[in-house]
Design a binder for this molecule. Sequence first.
Ligand SMILES: Nc1ncnc2c1ncn2[C@@H]1O[C@H](COP(=O)(O)OP(=O)(O)OP(=O)(O)O)[C@@H](O)[C@H]1O
Ligand SMILES: [Mg+2]
Ligand SMILES: [Zn+2]
Length: 559
Amino acid sequence: MYQVLYRKWRPKRFDDVVGQPQVTTTLKNEMKSGRINHAYLFTGSRGTGKTTCSKILAKAVNCLNPQDGDPCCECENCRGIDDGSILDVVEMDAASNRGINDIREVIEEAQFRPTRAKYRVYIIDEVHMLTTEAFNALLKTLEEPPEHDIFILATTEVHKLPATILSRCQRFDFNRIAPEAISARLKYVAEQENAEITDEAALLIAAIADGAMRDALSLMDRCLGMSSGITAEIVRSAAGLARKDYLFELSSACINKNPAKALEYIAKLHNASKDMARLCDELIDHFRNLMMIKSTKNARNMLIMSEDEFDEAQRQADYLTLAEVIYIMDILQTAYSRMGKGNSNRTELEMALVKLSAPELDGSTEALTARIAALEKAVKSGSIQTSAPEPTEKPEEKPEEQTSDPEETEPLSPPKAMTQIPKQDETKSDAPESPKPEAVKKRPGSLEEIYEKAVPFREWPELVDNIKNYSRSIGGALNGTKAYVSGNYLLIDSDSEITFARLRESSQRDEVKKAIKEITGKVYKLGPYKKPEKKEKTTDPLKTFIGDVKKLGINVTEE
Ligand SMILES: Nc1ncnc2c1ncn2[C@@H]1O[C@H](COP(=O)(O)OP(=O)(O)OP(=O)(O)O)[C@@H](O)[C@H]1O
Ligand SMILES: [Mg+2]
Ligand SMILES: [Zn+2]
């Protein structure tokens, strides 16, 4: 009869147990010196050796010929316990025998001496499942355990145990097993089974098993069903790790601020009966991967992905800051925790993704800081203007050739001209209306207002890279520039006249717009960015003069 690998390869001695020296070494030493407890608590995550060590301990206390604290596995007691013919080792699953009567049976039996072994050993698995009544009955027995009885309580959820029980037991914590230790064990078992497994495949299985040896052996079992030579490819298909393109698509919609595409994808997946909560969870995992890539050096070894996928994940990670990745995970996590509580799961996911992909809803600290800064600037410059003296210099005229496309209404002119406010009567009718110099309040849609509402466009460097695919020359001209967004305007900040000379050519401008639309999903009008003016300083010739003199190292008083 075929026996599953993890049963077949359950360690029989402490020395064979992998990755739990804090348990096995201590227990061996205690066995050697004959210090035997009456209550043990084994806790830790699943498949890490709790039941295994309980059985080894049961043998060790009863072995007729113990070897350095380990059971010999050959004497009649060891063999009897291993094959189940000795009834003095009792396994009880508290998950299905939770009640007072189940425990009472155990307790009553405990009053009698063991029949064949030295010690009767009760292994109570999933002990946290017992009812309160049952716990109390067990507690009484643990307070005064019969000489010949040993209780081993095992649980994955130690926090559910009453403190009274905890204080009666000697506690051992089982750790998740390190990937290297799991992979070494897999290679050993494979060799014993006359099979082959590559290093990469063994590590991949270990990574998927996430510290649980049982899961690792089960997955290797499934792989062996496919081939006796296990490669990473076989592991991937046995584990059902098909490439998840939709995760990359959805995440790229967020990165590129394209809500329409995100919603389209959700609709598509919903129609294909994809579970929305599951999808949300997978997305969180996806961004967690990006987080790992951004914050650790050897992310490659920690992530369960093919080379292709890793390259793509790395590319996506490059577009985001760590703070942005965490912000995205936070929004998705909130959506996930709200699922199944009234709103449809699909709506929750849609809301989250629209929030993440619509730039105007971007609530990240950076975006908010930028917005607050812009507001403060607006307030400041507004109050300055009401009390500021009239500019003493006449603003320069806007040059005629500012736009070659008659339907363009962009404030596109050389940066030098843009630092001055054009006179109202000289402004061309197709350009945004400019305020009169003496205007106290800014009119909506005025150039002033456009500049004051401008917020930094954080994706600009990424966009410039994309523009290079359309036109090398314009992409080059935009290198190192900054950009701001204000309503429908995308304002470029550059010290170089060449940038604007290029942008005045309508063919070049169209390329730039196309590239912007591809990334943002939005059509922007282009214009140069003008830094907010500090009027009192630049318009007062006396102050300018004093400033200049001070720069020369001459001391003057401003009276
Ligand atoms: N530390 C380990 N070293 C070697 N093999 C292990 C180890 N832990 C688990 N295994 C393998 O996994 C199988 C299951 O382990 P075991 O039943 O001891 O886990 P457990 O901790 O009791 O898990 P659960 O919490 O699910 O009951 C064992 O039969 C053995 O093959
Ligand atoms: Mg167990
Ligand atoms: Zn023995």
